[in-house]
Design a protein around this ligand. Structure first.
Ligand SMILES: [Zn+2]
Length: 309
């Protein structure tokens, strides 16, 4: 346990790291206290300390959003339509028939549902997730389901498309997970990856206010464009495309916490941020704000399509 508390970079193992910010859980108010985020100068990543990698039951409460099956809101339906558009562009580049897709941390498989809508060549779809309840929903929707972490998952076939959306920042050793993804890809396969970017306006504005992109204490390692591309390269992956994309979830959670500290809204363990009635409004507003900035600004999320190098 003691090594988790040291200021050792989880990527390079060196201790030449500097303090970046202190943060706490402003979304689910899990009883976990405060954490430091440190920055490795060599790798240019942020990492959390202590890293509660053996306390997943505590840091992912029962009401954690990806575990809860809900009817999609208008904003979510718009997002799903945009997702379908993005998937169509990626899958069109993958040749062959009887394709296989894997969604790591994919919950009930809603993303794979969208993929099957746009490309009926995907005859095998599979979810890996730590939530058993999601497995029931995924299997009911016709997906394979493997209960557990990506680290413990063993693939019995290659995949033509692997999704890791907001996943890589949740794992203790992102390099080994990226290597594993590269191994699981078919020769023409693609890895679709999305993760926060801490070199962004909202990260600077809310740096000392538990910025939403830190998702404390559930995000273990955060990247910039350069540090992520470098880790992908070292993990045997080549960048096909890179885009900054809207960070509305981070802006919204950060703003809601600002209002909470002003005493204007109530957010606590029973009323987590994601369920607050202001959240859909904030999300729509900040999605529009980031959409306008997108041509000239580094936004707080990054979307990459990768293939085997
Ligand atoms: Zn490092």
């Amino acid at each position: 346990m003691s090594d988790y508390h040291q200021a050792i970079c989880p990527l390079c193992g060196k201790s030449s790291t500097s303090f970046w910010a202190t943060a706490r859980d402003i979304e689910y108010f899990t009883p976990t206290g405060t954490f430091d985020f440190r920055r490795c100068e060599a790798c240019d990543v942020l990492f959390i300390t202590p890293m509660l990698r053996d306390a997943l039951q505590t840091i992912y409460p029962k009401n954690y959003y990806s575990f809860v099956g809900q009817k999609p809101s208008l904003v979510q339906r718009i997002k799903q339509a945009l997702d379908r558009h993005a998937f169509r562009a990626v899958s069109a580049k993958i040749p062959g028939q009887d394709l296989a897709a894997l969604d790591v941390g994919g919950g009930s498989g809603w993303l794979l549902d969208q993929l099957r809508l746009v490309d009926n060549r995907f005859t095998y779809t599979c979810v890996v997730d730590i939530d058993a309840r999601a497995g029931t929903l995924a299997e009911a929707a016709g997906h394979g389901f493997a209960l557990g972490s990506i680290e413990s998952f063993s693939a019995n076939r290659p995949f033509d498309l692997i999704f890791m959306l907001n996943l890589i920042e949740h794992v203790a050793d992102p390099g080994s997970v990226l290597c594993k993804a590269a191994d699981m890809l078919s020769p023409d396969g693609r890895l679709f990856l999305k993760t926060p970017n801490f070199d962004a306006l909202d990260a600077r504005l809310f740096r000392h206010r538990s910025w939403g992109g830190l998702h404390t204490p559930r995000h273990f390692v955060l990247f910039t464009r350069e540090s992520l591309v470098e880790l992908c390269r070292r993990s045997g992956l080549e960048v096909v495309s890179f885009n900054y994309t809207q960070g509305a979830p981070f802006w919204s959670v950060s703003t809601l916490d600002f209002l909470r500290r002003m005493g204007l809204v109530k957010v606590d363990a029973e009323h987590p941020a994601i369920t607050h009635p202001l959240i859909p409004f904030l999300q729509a507003m900040f999605a529009a704000f980031d959409f306008i900035r997108r041509p000239f600004a580094k936004l707080s999320q990054m979307e990459l399509v990768l293939r085997k190098a």
